[in-house]
Design a protein around this ligand. Structure first.
Ligand code: GTP
Ligand code: MG
Length: 205
């Protein structure tokens, strides 16, 4: 059992780059996955959460994270930074390799405690986002949508977009998903994200 009060995100270290399924950790520590379109801010949110700017590599150009990157939090569980989908500049073969790796990972026996699916709060979900929603939901792991880059909108606009996105996903899927606004830039919602992760990793063992 993980004592969630003792989990210190600032004690996160790089653990392993996984380029093939055989490299996945074989231990039973819970895994918390960051998924989402390229450039939505997965690596930036992970860094903000861990209060370390350079832990996960980020970039203004889409397609920075190319493999599954595992980080170890207080030797209690893993954070997993996934490559983004929808990145058109990489070759077709490369795109297929990333998505096969992600697909195989999410269907592996890995103890996934929580999937965090990032969307950009400024935009309605794309067709690809929606496919990912269906697909991630089908894994039956606990699943939350994070609306990132909230700092780019005024408070009223944030509320408006959150409501529009919630209604759109509900009308498409029939499901009301848990959803939180966050910003890797200002830290909005990052403390409650840390609590959500603590609860899920504590509950998963
Ligand atoms: N204003 C603002 N910019 C952000 C936020 N989160 C990320 N960014 C910026 O968005 C860009 C992409 O961020 P990354 O964290 O590299 O995105 P990613 O989802 O990991 O991208 P891939 O690795 O390509 O899949 C960078 O220029 C970040 O500084 C945010 O909350 N607000
Ligand atoms: Mg990244």
């Amino acid at each position: 059992m993980i004592d969630d009060k003792k989990v210190d995100f600032s004690k996160t270290t790089f653990f392993r780059l996984v380029t093939k399924i055989a490299d996945l950790p074989k231990d039973s520590k819970p895994q918390v996955v960051f998924a989402g379109k390229s450039n939505v801010g997965k690596s930036s949110v992970l860094n903000k959460l861990c209060r370390q700017n350079k832990l996960a590599k980020t970039s203004q150009a889409a397609g920075k994270t190319r493999n599954l990157v595992f980080f170890d939090v207080s030797e209690a569980f893993y954070l997993v930074d996934l490559p983004g989908y929808g990145f058109s500049k990489s070759s077709k073969a490369e795109q297929e390799r990333f998505s096969k790796l992600t697909d195989d990972y999410l269907h592996s026996e890995s103890p996934i405690a929580l999937i965090l699916h990032l969307l950009d709060i400024r935009h309605m979900p794309t067709r690809q986002d929606l496919e990912m929603v269906y697909w991630l939901e089908a894994t039956k792991s606990p699943y939350t949508i994070l609306l990132n880059k909230a700092d780019k909108l005024s408070r009223p606009k944030q509320e408006q977009m959150q409501s529009k996105i919630r209604k759109f996903l509900q009308s498409e899927t029939g499901i009301v998903f848990p959803m939180q606004k966050i910003s890797a830039e200002t830290g909005l919602g990052i403390d409650s994200l840390a609590d959500l992760i603590r609860e899920n990793v504590a509950g998963s063992k």
